[in-house]
Write a protein that binds this ligand. Structure first.
Ligand code: BG6
Ligand code: MG
Length: 224
């Protein structure tokens, strides 16, 4: 059995990933009178605020000064925080409460590996902070997802080797990060590109500990 579980937040624990893209879309409309295509949502998932903004500006083919870049990041976060004002435990995705409870009752240590600087306040609002023995700080890691750094930091935070951890993600960048960290990747979603995950579930409500444990065991046997 695995000893640690590393969780992404947006789109895994809570339904907040849609708010991120709503905020980016409003930012683009207000500043550049342009809409964003749905495909950009997938490309900005799991990716830091600065990297997301850069991808959006590249798509729009717009160049901005460093000052304007900072101002756009600040404005996006203000829009995002406004959308979070109504956040309550009702925003926890289906099956997640049960999963967190079962894992911690089984003695699995839990850590958060989110790219979001807002993660600690969101966990508090969801009343889930007590489950987590460590919250990796994205401001302190060198490289964001798809680099493995945040997952390595999360595993380190609970003093469990990455190979002894499962990690849950809904983004392509996140699955790449987990695989590079050499933890067992649990993907959530139906995008083709999530197929790189070691095991994939369409939705959080489908997450099944027994299936994950069996697949993890096979994966570990294959590693040695
Ligand atoms: C990730 C989201 O969890 O956090 C990304 O999937 C987001 O969409 C990133 O850009 C950074 O979040 P924040 O809250 O620091 O802007
Ligand atoms: Mg996510």
């Amino acid at each position: 059995m695995f000893k640690g579980a590393l969780f992404d937040l947006d789109g895994v624990i809570a339904d907040t990933s849609v708010y991120h893209f709503q905020a980016w879309t409003k930012l683009s409309q207000d500043n550049f009178q342009r809409d964003l295509p749905a495909k950009l949502e997938e490309q900005t998932k799991g990716v830091s605020r600065a990297d997301s903004l850069q991808r959006i500006l590249d798509y729009l083919q717009i160049q901005v000064t460093p000052d304007k870049f900072q101002q756009l990041m600040k404005q996006k976060n203000e829009y995002y925080l406004k959308l979070l004002q109504t956040l309550t435990p009702k925003n926890i995705l289906p099956g997640i409460n049960q999963l967190l409870q079962t894992l911690s009752q089984s003695g699995v240590k839990l850590a958060l590996a989110s790219a979001s600087l807002n993660a600690p306040i969101i966990l508090d609002r969801l009343q889930l902070s007590d489950y987590f023995a460590a919250i990796a700080n994205p401001a302190e890691v060198k490289q964001g997802k798809p680099a493995p750094d945040i997952f390595l930091a999360a595993a380190d935070g609970i003093k469990v080797k990455p190979q002894d951890c499962i990690a849950l993600e809904d983004s392509i960048a996140g699955i790449q990060a987990i695989n590079q960290a050499q933890a067992f990747s649990v993907g959530i979603g139906d995008s083709q590109e999530l197929a790189a995950a070691d095991i994939l579930f369409a939705q959080t409500k489908d997450l099944n500990i027994e299936q994950i444990s069996n697949a993890y065991q096979q994966w570990q046997e294959g590693q040695s």
